[in-house]
Design a protein around this ligand. Structure first.
Ligand SMILES: NC(=O)CC[C@H](N)C(=O)O
Length: 227
């Protein structure tokens, strides 16, 4: 059987695509480079939207990226069930594209934050988190200036009651996110966005705080193999 193919998107200003591709390969999948200006998803089985400063964060983080030719293809594909993971700037793009509700705004305190962060896994019912245990605490790096998750009261209540808060900050809220939200999913559970960076926590050699990020990639691989 051929390896599962996970697309890794590069926009101008993306930083984490190489780490993302490496994490995909470490899990045993093929990492397929996808370029923001192409109208071509290359038939991939899943897509990773990595972090960085796409289009220089102009207007708002992710506000321009969502209109790129690649996103024009990705948005309907995600609505039809294609698994998509967005981390940090990728999460911001998913919100701007309305694949996920709410928005990421300036951190409370207005500082850019770069540190290791404890996170609690609140849902293992998504395509990207099945390999975790419910309630498991993990440690992943965070590095962002605009990570404060906000949504209106109705949306927040729906996310909570439908079990769509996937990750919550533990041991202190770094950025003022409402309800300590670090990551959420769409109704179908195929689209997940989070501010922390699993792709930076897959190898002991790098001095990462953990290798907890590996489970994102093993989760999606199992899902694709069993699909
Ligand atoms: N690491 C990132 O992806 C950063 C995202 C965005 N540029 C921010 O500062 O919030």
């Amino acid at each position: 059987m051929s390896a599962a193919r996970v697309g890794v998107v590069t926009f101008p200003g993306t930083l984490d695509d190489q780490d993302a591709a490496r994490a995909v390969r470490l899990a045993g999948a093929e990492a397929v480079p996808l370029w923001h200006a192409d109208h071509d998803l290359k038939g991939v089985d899943a897509v990773f939207l990595p972090g960085g400063f796409s289009y220089g964060d102009y207007l708002r983080c992710g506000a321009i990226s969502r209109f790129s030719p690649l996103m024009t293809e990705l948005i309907p594909a995600a609505r039809s069930g294609l698994p998509v993971l967005g981390t940090c700037n990728g999460f911001q793009i998913l919100c701007e594209a309305h694949l996920l509700p709410g928005a990421l705004t300036r951190n409370e305190g207005l500082h850019y934050i770069c540190r290791d962060q404890r996170i609690r896994v609140e849902s293992t019912r998504t395509a990207w988190t099945a390999d975790f245990a419910d309630g498991q605490e993990i440690v992943l790096p965070i590095k962002h200036g605009e990570g404060r998750y906000v949504a209106d009261a109705e949306t927040l209540a729906a996310l909570e009651s439908e079990g769509r808060v996937v990750f919550r900050y533990a041991g202190g809220n770094p950025n003022g996110s409402l309800n300590d939200i670090a990551g959420i999913t769409n109704e179908a559970g195929n689209v997940v966005g989070l501010m922390p960076h699993p792709e930076h926590a897959v190898e002991d050699l790098t001095g990462a705080p953990s290798v907890d990020g590996r489970h994102f990639f093993t989760s999606i691989l199992k899902r694709l193999v069993n699909a």
